[in-house]
Design a protein around this ligand. Structure first.
Ligand code: DSN
Length: 436
């Protein structure tokens, strides 16, 4: 798959091949990453990248207002096959989640979120949203994101004692601030989110409900997590996390928001869709509809629970005492505890061939770029075929790094052991062979 790059652009090839080796030889624990199938990879690297297709493979009938695949909705000619591809992606996603309407064009989760905000609220409106340092995302209201710049954000967080959502506290905030929209979903919240409860609160105060299910989209697809689609006005997601598709975004919504969502994606916030990525989304959704995908999602959760248990046995403290999902947060202790910060630990893990990211913990004493936590997730390692017993080994590696975080030689030794361990779980073996 890389023979042309190898032949024609050795400089680029070297960088790309090194990345392939890094993915293969390291333990990938970034909770938002995964390894796509060869089918998805092939679709993403296809000739569909050549085609402009502004518009949609359908139009809304002037007479009935209904979406019609038979009406031509593109601004360029030659879209008849692209239309088939995009239609496959849309219909498969609708089937997976039971959604009325799906837009598969957002280039990323942030762009999906922007189009969703624009569909539901007006600049200056109050939005009740999850605090970044308690697990929210930049687009959930950070002052430097469009969301924080354009909307009046009121943040909710987790309860200080339990480190999980206290729905009474959230309800009280909603009653006090009367938001036009409530936004939930998280990038670093290890416990299950009760979307039905959020819907109850939203209804009580007359707010719209938006859910960003990017992290848990795969778990939701197979019923390992409550599905937000029946409750939320608009659900956004990425397709590359637990869902194991290509890097990209997607919006699912109720029928009554379909037209507005489509308008806000194109021409509101984007131009030409990335049809090669949409083809890869279609391929990933087809995989998500197979029985073994359900087994895969179950294994992600089992592995997360095994990893959490083994970390606790190694005396790590976990935020909210564990996980219901694919991710967990190690709390390394506050800045006076004498231990490494999240930043320091992330660097030490990297030196040992373990990839993870620093993350704030709720009520963190350090700023976000230093942070006191490490976020870990099991989707990528589960794709490699690792099971519960392997998670014990992974936890032991992490504990060894923690005990030796300042010892370069020891970290290099752990890296060797990590590489040997990873060799038991082949990843893209033919691509590796091709590159040698
Ligand atoms: N960067 C993603 C994550 O790691 O959770 C969120 O967009």
């Amino acid at each position: 798959m890389m023979q042309f790059i190898k032949k024609n652009d050795p400089e680029l090839f070297d960088a790309m091949f090194n990345e392939l080796k890094r993915q293969t030889e390291n333990l990938e624990l970034i909770a938002s990453e995964n390894f796509v199938s060869r089918t998805v990879l092939e679709a993403a690297g296809s000739v569909l990248t050549n085609k402009y297709a502004e518009g949609y493979p359908y139009r809304y009938s002037r007479k009935t207002g209904k979406l019609k695949y038979k009406l031509y909705g593109r601004y360029y000619g030659g879209c008849e096959y692209i239309d088939e591809v995009e239609k496959l992606a849309i219909e498969r996603a609708k089937k997976i989640y039971g959604a009325d309407h799906v837009n598969v064009q957002p280039h990323s989760g942030s762009q999906a979120n922007m189009a969703a905000y624009f569909s539901l609220v007006k600049p200056g409106d109050t939005v009740l949203s999850l605090e970044l340092s308690h697990g929210g995302h930049l687009t959930h209201g950070h002052p430097l994101s469009f969301s924080g710049m354009m909307y009046d954000i009121v943040a909710y967080g987790v309860n200080k004692d339990t480190e999980v959502f206290d729905y009474n506290e959230i309800r009280e905030l909603a009653i006090k601030h009367e938001p036009k929209m409530i936004l939930t979903g998280a990038s670093a919240y290890p416990r299950e989110i009760d979307f039905a409860k959020f819907k109850e609160i939203a209804d009580e105060v007359g707010a719209k409900l938006m859910v960003d299910m990017a992290h848990i989209a795969g778990l939701v697809a197979t019923g390992e997590h409550q599905n937000p689609v029946p409750y939320a006005d608009i659900v956004t997601t990425t397709t590359h996390k637990t869902l194991r598709g290509p890097r990209g975004g997607m919006i699912l919504c109720k029928e009554k928001f379909a037209k507005e969502v489509d308008k806000q994606v194109f021409p509101g916030t984007q131009g030409g869709p990335l049809e090669h990525v949409i083809a890869a989304k279609a391929a990933a959704f087809q995989e998500a509809l197979q029985d073994d995908f359900s087994q895969y999602q179950k294994q992600i959760v089992k592995n997360a629970q095994a990893l959490a248990t083994a970390l606790k046995e190694n005396n790590f403290r976990l935020v909210a005492d564990g996980t219901d999902t694919h991710l967990m947060l190690i709390d390394l202790g506050n800045k006076d505890s004498g231990g490494p910060s999240g930043k320091k630990m992330e660097g030490a893990l990297d030196k040992a061939g373990i990839t993870a990211n620093k993350n704030t913990v709720p009520f963190d004493s350090r700023p976000p770029f230093v942070a006191s936590g490490i976020r870990l997730g099991t989707p990528a390692l589960t794709t490699r075929g690792m099971k519960e017993k392997d998670m014990k080994q992974v936890a032991d590696f992490i504990a060894e790094v923690f005990q030796n975080y300042d010892d370069k030689e020891k970290l290099a030794e752990i890296k060797k052991n990590v590489r040997e361990f990873c060799a038991n779980f082949p990843l893209y073996p033919d691509l590796l062979k091709e590159g040698k």
